[in-house]
Design a protein around this ligand. Structure first.
Ligand code: ADP
Ligand code: MG
Length: 630
C-alpha cells in the first residue's frame, strides 16, 4: 500500500471544518453575528429569525460598516480587522478576533451581506453560498451592516440532521439574544421570531429597562436592586422578589465583566441568598453583573462554553450570596440577623406566605407562616391549633383501632401499595374483605396532622394520607382527560391578566395555544411574548396574579418542549401540582372527606403522577404488638 501524500486542505474544506467547531446551530450564528455588530460599535441591533433560525437569520446593526473593497476579505479565513500582530493578542478588547466566524457560516449556508460605512455615498451587497463567493454590487442600504443567513447547513445534511425541533432551536436563539441584551443595556436590541417581536430593549444604559423589556413589565414591582462590593468584587443588578418565582432557572443569569457566564455554582449562591424564602424547586429572577479585576479569573477555560474559573471560588460564591441577601434585606424581605450568619445549605422549605398568592386556591385558607421549630424540639402545630389534640373529632369512639397518642418513635410504616398490591382487592386483617376505595369513602376521618396529612381510621389500622399528593392525583387524572378531550370548566377572569413569557417560551405559547385551550386556558396574543389570560381552568380559581399565572403556564409549556411535542402527562402533572392543596393548608372535616371521596374515584388512588405514595398505613396488629397487647 502506498502512503498518502500530505496536502494542505483547500480553503473551502478548512472552513467547513472550522464551521463544525464554531457554528453548531442557529444560536451560534446569531451569537457570532451580534458580537461582530457590537465590535463594530453598534447602538441598535435587530435580530430576526424564521423557523427557529434554520431557514432564515438576519442581524442588522448601525455600526461602522465595512468599506466596499474589503467586504470579500471579511469572508476570507483568518481575515480580521481586530488584530494586526501577535502582540495584539494580549490587548484585545473585542469579542472576536480570530477571523473565523464569517467564512465558517458562509461555508455552510447561503449568506448575503449588505453594508455601508458612515462616510460612503452608498453601500454594497455581497453574497456567498456554500463558501463560493458571488457578486459584489452597489446597493442602497443605510449605514451599518446587515447579514442574512439562509438555509443553514443546507450543504451539510449530517449537521442539519443534528439540529433539534424549530421550537427548540428558537428557544436557544432567544436565550442567546436575551443574554446578550442583558449584557449590553446601552445597546437597543430588538428580537423578532416568525414575524413577531419577542422583545425590544430601550438601549439607554439602564439595566432595569432591559430586564423589564425582556421579562415583562409585570416583573417591575418585584425587582429588587442589588449593589454590593467586597474585596474588589462588585455585584450589581436585580433579583426578583421571592413571591414571584418560576419553575425553572431561565430568568437567572450572571455576567462577568460584561459577558454572560455559565456557572451552576453562582446560581446556587443566588438561591441560597434567599435563604428559606424560595419554595422548593422554585427559582427567582436574577440578572447580576459581576465586575472584577480580570487578573482574578481565568476566563478562557473554555471560550465556547462560557465557563470561567475564579482564583478564589469560595469568596466569589460568598460575595454573590451576600449581595443577594443584602439586596433582599434592603427591600425588607429578610431579617437582619441572617446577614452575618453563613448559610450552609437550604433549610427545610417553607410554605410560601406572602400575600396575593392564596387567590389561586379558593376555598382553602392561606398557609400560615412556618412555625419554625427550635432545634431539637418536636414541632407542634402553630397558632390556634397548638392546644388541640391531634385526635379530636369523634373522640368518644372506642374501638380497638383508635389511636390516642403518637408513639414518638419511628413507626414501622408500610406503603399502602405494598399492602394492597392488587388494586381494590385488599382484604382487611380479621375483618370482612373490603374494597380499598370503599375504605377511603367510609373511613373514620380523625383529623389533620401537621396541616399536611389526613389521618383516617380503618378496621385494620391507621391510614395517613398526604393531602397534597392525594389532591394532585385527583386533579392529574382530571387534567389528563381534559388534555385529550377538552371540555373542562373555564373560570373566566373578570379582569384579564397580562402575562409575559420568557423569550424562550413565547413561541411555545403560540404553537400550543390549542392544547392550552383544551386544558382551560383562554389566551389571547398581546404583542411580543405577552398574552392576555382571559380564562383559566376552574381548579386554579379566580384572582390569579400575573407572576403566578406566568409560572403555571410556563411549567405547562415546558411539557410541550420535548421532541415528541406536547406531553399531556407532563402538562397534567404540572398543572395538578400547581392547583392542588398544599402542605400547610388547614382543611376542615368536610373538605377532607370530599377529598377522600374524590380520591376513591381515581383510576389509581395510590400514587402521584410521579410515583410518590399517596397513602401510608400503620397496621393495627403491628400497633397492638408494639404496645404489648399481642
Ligand atoms: P472576527 O470577528 O474574529 O474578526 P469575523 O469572521 O467574525 O472575524 O469577521 C471578520 C471581519 O469582518 C471583522 O474583523 C470585521 O472587520 C468585519 N465585520 C464582520 N461583521 C461586521 C459588522 N457587523 N460590522 C462591521 N464589520 C464587520
Ligand atoms: Mg466575529
Amino acid at each position: 500500500m502506498t502512503g498518502r501524500d500530505i496536502r494542505v486542505l483547500d480553503e473551502q474544506i478548512a472552513n467547513k471544518i472550522a464551521a463544525g467547531e464554531v457554528i453548531e446551530r442557529p444560536a451560534s450564528v446569531v451569537k457570532e453575528l451580534v458580537e461582530n455588530a457590537l465590535d463594530a460599535g453598534a447602538t441598535r441591533i435587530e435580530i430576526e429569525i424564521r423557523e427557529g433560525g434554520k431557514e432564515y437569520i438576519r442581524v442588522t446593526d448601525d455600526g461602522a460598516g465595512i468599506p466596499a473593497d474589503q467586504v470579500p476579505l471579511a469572508f476570507a479565513r483568518h481575515a480580521t480587522s481586530k488584530i494586526r500582530s501577535a502582540d495584539d493578542l494580549f490587548s484585545v478588547h473585542t469579542l472576536g478576533f480570530r477571523g473565523e466566524a464569517l467564512p465558517s457560516i458562509a461555508s455552510v449556508a447561503q449568506v448575503e451581506m449588505r453594508t455601508r460605512t458612515a462616510g460612503a455615498a452608498g453601500g454594497v451587497r455581497y453574497t456567498v453560498e456554500a463558501g463560493r463567493p458571488g457578486s459584489l454590487e452597489p446597493a442602497g442600504t443605510p449605514p451599518g451592516t446587515t447579514v442574512v443567513v439562509r438555509r443553514l447547513f443546507f450543504n451539510t445534511p449530517a449537521r442539519y440532521k443534528f439540529l433539534r425541533s424549530e421550537a427548540a432551536e428558537r428557544r436557544r436563539v432567544a436565550e442567546v439574544a436575551a443574554r446578550i441584551a442583558l449584557a449590553w443595556p446601552a445597546v437597543a436590541f430588538r428580537f423578532l421570531a416568525d414575524g413577531r417581536q419577542v422583545f425590544a430593549t430601550p438601549g439607554d444604559g439602564d439595566l432595569a429597562g432591559a430586564v423589564l423589556a425582556i421579562y415583562g413589565q409585570a416583573a417591575g414591582p418585584g425587582l429588587v436592586p442589588v449593589d454590593y462590593e467586597l474585596d474588589g468584587l462588585r455585584v450589581h443588578g436585580f433579583v426578583g422578589r421571592p413571591d414571584a418565582v418560576h419553575g425553572n432557572r431561565d430568568r437567572m443569569s450572571v455576567f462577568l465583566n460584561g459577558r454572560w457566564i455559565h456557572s451552576a455554582a453562582l446560581l446556587r449562591a443566588i438561591e441560597q441568598g434567599y435563604e428559606t424564602l424560595l419554595p422548593p424547586r422554585r427559582y427567582p429572577l436574577a440578572v447580576l453583573h459581576l465586575t472584577v479585576d480580570p487578573a482574578a479569573v481565568d476566563v478562557n477555560v473554555h471560550p465556547a462554553k462560557a465557563e470561567v474559573r475564579f482564583k478564589d471560588e469560595r469568596a466569589v460564591f460568598r460575595t454573590v450570596l451576600r449581595a443577594v441577601r443584602h439586596g433582599l434585606l434592603g427591600a425588607g424581605l429578610v431579617g437582619a440577623a441572617s446577614l452575618g450568619r453563613p448559610v450552609e445549605g437550604r433549610a427545610a422549605p417553607a410554605p410560601a406566605t406572602r400575600g396575593g398568592q392564596s387567590g389561586l386556591y379558593p376555598g382553602f385558607e392561606r398557609p400560615e407562616p412556618p412555625s419554625g421549630p427550635a432545634s431539637g424540639e418536636a414541632r407542634r402545630p402553630a397558632g390556634d391549633h397548638a392546644e388541640e389534640p391531634v385526635y379530636a373529632p369523634g373522640g368518644s369512639r372506642e374501638s380497638a383501632g383508635t389511636w390516642r397518642g403518637s408513639s414518638g418513635g419511628a413507626a414501622r410504616e408500610r406503603l399502602h401499595r405494598d399492602a394492597y398490591p392488587e388494586l381494590g382487592t385488599g382484604a382487611a386483617a380479621g375483618g370482612p374483605a373490603r374494597d380499598a376505595r370503599t375504605l377511603l369513602r367510609e373511613m373514620n376521618v380523625l383529623g389533620q396532622l401537621h396541616r399536611t396529612f389526613i389521618l383516617g381510621e380503618t378496621p385494620q389500622g391507621l391510614w395517613i394520607i398526604d393531602q397534597h399528593v392525594a389532591h394532585e392525583r385527583v386533579l392529574y387524572e382530571r387534567f389528563l382527560r381534559r388534555a385529550a378531550r377538552g371540555g373542562g370548566s373555564v373560570q373566566h377572569l373578570l379582569a384579564p391578566v397580562a402575562v409575559t413569557f420568557s423569550p424562550e417560551r413565547s413561541g411555545l405559547a403560540e404553537q400550543y395555544q390549542e392544547e392550552l385551550a383544551r386544558l382551560g386556558f383562554v389566551l389571547e396574543p398581546f404583542g411580543g411574548a405577552s398574552y392576555l389570560v382571559r380564562g383559566v381552568p376552574v381548579e386554579l380559581g379566580p384572582g390569579a396574579d400575573a407572576a403566578r399565572l406566568t409560572g403555571v403556564l410556563e411549567e405547562v409549556l415546558d411539557a410541550c418542549d420535548g421532541e415528541g411535542g406536547f406531553s399531556a402527562h407532563e402538562a397534567a402533572a404540572s398543572l395538578a401540582c400547581r392547583a392542588a392543596v398544599k402542605a400547610g393548608q388547614v382543611l376542615d372535616m368536610s373538605r377532607m372527606k370530599k377529598l377522600l371521596a374524590q380520591l376513591a374515584e381515581a383510576d389509581n388512588p395510590f400514587a402521584c403522577p410521579h410515583g410518590r405514595p399517596v397513602i401510608i398505613e400503620l397496621d393495627r396488629m403491628d400497633l397492638e404488638r408494639r404496645f404489648g397487647r399481642r
